[in-house]
Design a protein around this ligand. Structure first.
Ligand code: HEC
Length: 178
């Protein structure tokens, strides 16, 4: 209750023009555009990697994924991935992303892209990521012993298993300059 009151008072503290100025559709479009190259290049790296089997693909992903996110963060825009159950701890959600993760996790009806004003200079964009059949070999409930060993070695605190196709897995996010 106290929480809700605090959040409300915070929202109403923003000047009215501040709220109405933000064109939601425009920012959602900009966000979707910003994350698209990362989505494409990750998918490409995954498909290429999987040609040599999931164990080799995990090693490739470990090296490639952080580089791809960095490479696609240009012109003041930052992009990346985050999750409520992490494989790589450096993908941890920043504070502004956490409410989205909570809502997406709780409510399948609200798994739509969203935006939020982070500060004077930045708008945040998020979109949910869902498990596809392709993802199950590395994030599913039953992993092969050699894959399990490799993941245990690279990601000792791996929480990103036990998923089925269609499950909510995490988010793509972008920080966009205003
Ligand atoms: C070859 C094994 C493999 C497959 C297949 C795979 N992933 Fe991953 N996934 C990984 C690895 C390894 C990481 C950690 C990458 C890193 O170190 O940044 C990861 C990280 C992620 C993350 C970032 C959050 C976190 O937990 O660190 C998301 C989101 C994700 N995967 C979703 C998916 C989705 C959706 C699919 C299917 C399209 C998929 N993965 C397929 C191995 C895989």
């Amino acid at each position: 209750m106290l929480h809700a009151a605090l959040i409300l008072s915070f929202i109403f503290m923003l000047p009215a023009c501040e709220r109405s100025k933000l064109n939601e559709a425009k920012w959602k479009e900009a966000g979707a555009e910003a994350v698209l190259p990362l989505k494409k290049s990750l998918k490409q790296a995954l498909v290429t990697g999987l040609a040599d089997g999931p164990v080799a693909a995990v090693s490739a992903c470990r090296l490639e994924a952080p580089k791809l996110a960095e490479a696609q963060s240009t012109g003041g825009v930052k992009v990346g991935r985050a999750s409520q159950k992490l494989r790589n701890p450096s993908n941890a959600a920043k504070l502004w992303m956490q409410p989205f993760l909570e809502i997406y996790e709780k409510d399948p009806e609200r798994r739509e892209p969203g935006i939020v004003v982070i500060d004077e200079e930045t708008v945040g964009y998020v979109e949910p990521i869902f498990m596809q059949p392709l993802c199950v070999s590395c994030h599913g409930a039953e992993l092969t012993p050699d894959l399990q060993a490799k993941l245990g070695e690279l990601y000792p605190d791996d929480q990103a298993t036990g998923y089925a196709a269609g499950d909510f897995r995490g988010i793509f996010w972008a920080e966009l300059p205003r």
